[in-house]
Design a binder for this molecule. Structure first.
Ligand code: NAD
Length: 467
């Protein structure tokens, strides 16, 4: 994101910003730049810092403290102590839920400041962050806050002179690593279920976008989350991230990012203490358009599927399969639609695309606003081609025939399939990948369960069971 712009074909977003009279001044100042360990903002042990950039101008916004392995050790120590001896896992679920609801309230109270920081640091359009990322983050926190006092096991009747029960316990100290494309949303998707379960957390933001995570670390203190429960580190993948992945005192790692790095995280977890691993990785998702579906509505859905968040979204519907009878019309109309896309300064009202990364068009997952439009004839053919990828994150099908919709939805190997829509979501819908798109699920009840250990307790009965 912050790399020098050199190739003309990759600079169109930037140039439009400049032609438009220069960047708008970010309406916010940065207050939190240090590491957040054990409830305090502290310098890194080494004193190292790194710069975070405004992607509109490539100018430095500020310097933030850089966590190295010594800082990771300190954060893990704090999280371990808070888990083993602190009040958070031991307080009632009701009390934990109350604090987490307050956290969501505070997030919304500071919506303008947080949204401006996010736009400044990441280049995401401000409108989108205000209407989407911030309220959705608060909703995720509320969803899991509601679960905090509803975590319970089962009673097991057993055969013979025994009975059992299961206890669902917090898994322990959690290491979490997030990417730059949805910095705030990823932060809350990760910490919310962990905190609701009573776990403690060491989370590393992406090196390109550290600012909103630090701001939200400050809010966690305001709402009364005890010291050591949430530790927020800024740092790089090969150092901070790798140290978290292999740390012997971390019980679980939750990673969101590229498939390539996910593999490294899993290897490190395997080679160290076999910590529990969940991975939310890349995608190359198909959107299938049958010829019985309204073409203009298909254009709306396909356009959003490929271009929302500048195409920098793991779920992007970047492979659009269009049935041959409507293929030419679709291509003509989608080109017209894309040309209307408003590109410019993300602080400006109505802008849909801010500045972008260098395009990774030569790579498997482009992670940019690119749509491949592919022609198909039959349902069998499109199912086979739709599945022909190493990924399996999400998929979509547009048709008026319920049988076709159901058949395709059941045949695609993807963790989420939309019928006649794309991206509709809420915190109760689990998300995760088949194949090389990941392991485990985030969001929903499944997302909560991934932060719980199940213990089975068995006890003898003095007398034979009555029934
Ligand atoms: P990335 O894999 O390069 O980086 C993600 C995070 O991993 C960053 O915090 C980075 O510092 C860290 N990291 C890098 N090397 C590491 C290492 N060796 N050990 C431990 N941590 C390391 O990904 P990115 O470019 O930041 O994000 C884009 C990718 O994320 C895309 O592939 C996208 O599909 C994926 N993504 C997936 C989801 C999902 O829910 N499935 C959501 C958002 C993004």
């Amino acid at each position: 994101m912050a790399s020098p712009i050199s190739d003309d074909s990759e600079t169109w977003a930037w140039k439009l910003v400049m032609e438009d009279g220069g960047p708008i001044k970010a309406p916010v100042t940065v207050k939190y730049t240090k590491l957040f360990i054990n409830g305090e903002f502290v310098d890194s042990v080494s004193g190292k810092t790194f710069e975070t950039f405004d992607p509109r101008t490539e100018e430095t916004i500020t310097s933030v403290s850089e966590a190295t392995s010594e800082d990771v050790d300190l954060a893990v120590k704090a999280a371990r102590a808070a888990f083993d001896h602190g009040p958070w896992p031991r307080m009632s679920g009701q009390e934990r839920g109350r604090i987490l609801h307050k956290y969501a309230d505070l997030l919304l109270q500071h919506l303008d400041e947080i949204a401006a920081l996010e736009t400044w640091d990441s280049g995401k359009p401000l409108d989108m962050v205000k209407m989407g990322d911030v309220p959705t983050s608060a909703n995720i926190m509320r969803y899991y806050a509601g679960y905090a006092d509803k975590i319970h096991g089962l009673t097991l009747k057993m055969s013979g002179q025994y009975q059992g029960y299961t206890l669902h316990e917090p898994i322990g100290v959690c290491g979490q690593i997030i990417p730059w494309n949805y910095p705030l949303l990823m932060f809350f998707s990760k910490i919310s279920p962990a905190l609701a379960c009573g776990c403690t957390v060491v989370i590393k933001s992406a090196e390109q976008t550290p600012l909103t995570a630090l701001y939200c670390a400050h809010l966690s203190r305001e709402v009364g989350i005890p010291p050591g429960v949430l530790n927020v580190l800024s740092g790089f993948g090969e150092t901070t991230g790798a140290t978290i992945s292999k740390h012997m005192d971390i019980d679980k790692i939750a990673f969101t990012g590229s498939t390539e790095v996910g593999r490294l995280v899993m290897e490190a977890a395997g080679r160290s203490n076999l910590k529990d691993v969940t991975l939310e990785l890349g995608g190359k998702s198909p959107l299938i358009i049958m010829d019985d579906f309204d073409i203009d509505e298909a254009i709306n859905i396909a356009h959003r599927a490929a271009y929302v968040n500048m195409g920098q979204i793991c779920m992007a519907g970047s492979r659009v399969f269009v049935q041959e009878t409507v293929y030419d019309e679709f291509v003509k109309k989608i080109i017209k639609r894309v040309q209307k896309q408003v590109v410019g300064d993300p602080f400006k009202e109505g802008v849909q695309h801010g500045p972008q990364d260098n395009m990774r068009i030569a790579q498997e997952e482009i992670f940019g606003p690119i749509m491949s439009i592919l022609k198909f004839k039959t349902i069998e053919e499109v199912i086979e081609r739709g599945n022909k990828t190493i990924y399996g994150l999400v998929a979509g099908v547009l048709t008026n025939n319920i049988n076709t919709a159901n058949r395709i939805a059941r045949s695609l190997r993807a963790g989420r399939v939309w019928i006649n829509s794309f991206y509709a979501s809420s915190p109760d819908c689990p998300l995760g990948g088949y194949k090389m798109s990941g392991i485990g699920r985030e969001l929903g009840l499944k997302g909560l369960e991934s932060y719980l250990q199940v213990k089975c307790v068995i006890t003898p009965l003095q007398e034979s069971p009555w029934l």
